[in-house]
Design a binder for this molecule. Structure first.
Ligand code: C2E
Ligand code: MG
Ligand code: MG
Ligand code: MG
Length: 292
């Protein structure tokens, strides 16, 4: 690229676009074979019950592990999978890996806590989606209460009827359902009245330092109270400080998922953590925060 003195920004812009395009092309060309070669690994991030201070469940978060050992975060490749209509394959792969892991634990007589898997909004447009997830769950003979489906309600922008139909079908099939990233983008309170969700995950956006902390906490309190009336549990996402945990206890939030307790971790590390929790008398030690 020729750098000109008159337009340094243009040069920068062009370079970064070019780099991004190259990365996307690179990702695109490797996606299919990466799935075949099973280069995707599932990390688990615990959700901590604020009443007991113990791990109650976890979320499965996919990573792409290149043969050289480099680990690519999902934000970099999920949009490409969506654009190429391959996200269904990736999400199912994650669902299978989670079921395989749970089956292994059950077979070994070890405790198994629920795991939530993320599904792309695009999957809601795929008619066979719910049946396929039931098929995977049945193939591994996983008790329904061990699985939860996380989705964002952004789909409502296009098609609220489709969202409701699909979530009802998931519930009918025995899956717990969780609304992810609530408060980010176009969250709709009116949707809550119709959506048979079990869990609402309040997005990290709410807990980032805003201009008026007290107003933010008032909104969080309001959301927690409101959804509790519908018997929906609340998870606060992206919690990083003990002070936030203290406030969340005050407002009656049920679970916390965030770096303050745990980062997403490999299956082996998560297993170790579960073992440690089992050996520890309740309430157990969790991450950097002392249990109540
Ligand atoms: P998400 O479902 O909202 O997952 C939570 C994200 O927040 C994760 O990022 C997690 O690592 C991050 N996080 C958790 N605690 C903290 C914290 O205290 N501070 C900060 N700054 N971040 C925290 P991750 O793993 O990079 O995943 C990003 C997004 O990628 C996920 O957001 C989800 O939308 C998507 N994703 C991940 N796995 C899958 C998958 O298997 N299928 C699909 N369709 N999407 C997935
Ligand atoms: Mg999620
Ligand atoms: Mg989220
Ligand atoms: Mg804040």
């Amino acid at each position: 690229m020729v750098k000109t003195k008159t337009s340094p920004n243009y040069v920068y812009y062009n370079d970064s676009i070019r780099r991004k395009l190259w990365e996307e092309k690179d990702i695109e060309s490797r996606m299919a074979s990466a799935l075949e070669r099973r280069e995707f690994v599932v990390y688990y991030q615990p959700k901590v019950d604020l009443r007991t201070g113990r791990i109650a469940s976890s979320e499965a978060l996919v990573r792409w592990k290149l043969s050289g050992g480099r680990v690519i975060p999902p934000d970099q490749f999920i949009p490409v999978f969506e654009r190429k209509f391959m996200i269904g394959q990736l999400d199912q792969y994650v669902m299978e890996e989670v079921c395989r892991w749970l089956r292994g634990r059950l077979d070994a007589g070890e405790s198994a806590l629920p795991v939530s898997v993320n599904v792309s909004r695009l999957q809601f447009y795929d008619e066979g989606f719910v049946d396929r997830y039931v098929e995977i769950r049945d193939r591994f003979q996983i008790p329904p209460e061990l699985l939860e489906i996380e989705f964002t309600e952004s789909i409502v922008l296009d098609n609220a009827g489709l969202l409701l139909r699909t979530v009802n079908a998931l519930k009918q099939a025995g899956f717990a359902c969780s609304i992810d990233d609530f408060g980010k983008g176009y969250s709709s309170l009116s949707l809550l009245k119709d959506l048979p969700a079990d869990t609402l995950k309040i997005d990290r956006f709410f807990f980032e330092d805003g201009t008026d902390e007290e107003r933010e906490w008032a909104i969080i309190q309001g959301v927690v109270d409101l959804v509790h009336r519908f018997h929906i549990h609340t998870v606060a996402e992206g919690i990083e400080t003990p002070e936030q945990v203290r406030r969340l206890r005050e407002v009656g939030c049920d679970y916390v998922q965030g770096f303050v307790f745990y980062h997403p971790m490999t299956q082996e590390d998560y297993e170790r953590e579960l073992r440690r929790q089992e050996e520890a008398p309740a309430p157990s030690r969790c991450g950097k925060e002392q249990a109540p």
